[in-house]
Write a protein that binds this ligand. Sequence first.
Ligand code: ATP
Length: 220
Amino acid sequence: MADRRIDAVAVIGLGRFGIAVARELTRMGRDFIAIDEKPQIVRELADEFANIVEADATNPAVLRRLGVHELSAAVVAIGTDLEASVLTVLALAELEVPVIWAKAINERHRRILQRTGAHHVVMPEADRGRRVAHLVSSRMMDFIELDDGYAFAKTSPPECVVGRPLAETRVRDRFGITVVGVKPPGEQFTYATGETVVRHGDMLIVSGPTEKVERFTQLD
Ligand code: ATP
């Protein structure tokens, strides 16, 4: 049978994180329903989000009445109220929502949410803090770590890759990273190939195991 789910998201909990998710979904033109239990919050945001309702999301029957069981994804953006966060994830899992994202405020909370049925857990403050630590300790301008210890970084080039085709620099063998893209000043990023010659002032996108990316971005 074809999947009859509605391609829309439930955003549950409209604190700073939930509002940021809802605003970005709006900008992307995605359909979503925003849910918060506080009448005042719902009133304040009613002009901005067309589909917003006041409801207690810990109750699966309430979520079902709102049609959340038919949606393709949900984001649980409740942080400090641990019980509400966990019960909401549990309710969404019971309703078999296929993609459940949830926000955790610490490692223990993350583990509980994963066991309760969240498919993806983010810790915005801890994740942001880790990124800043990387940015402040190397030539990196940006850093994204995927779940499995694999990272992408935007970085200026170390001396050893400048002025020769990338194939000749043997960065993969020597440092275990791949130069994915190169951006000369004032131009767009283009995919890097073995023939690409990196110049001073270029920006690189490199990828590889996190610790190798870190080492590469700390070279002189
Ligand atoms: P921020 O993203 O601002 O850091 P936070 O981590 O402090 O938020 P909370 O304040 O715990 O998160 O929750 C965010 C929102 O979730 C609040 O507006 C709160 O009213 C809402 N919320 C809490 N419990 C429920 C619930 N059971 N059902 C629906 N919304 C809820």
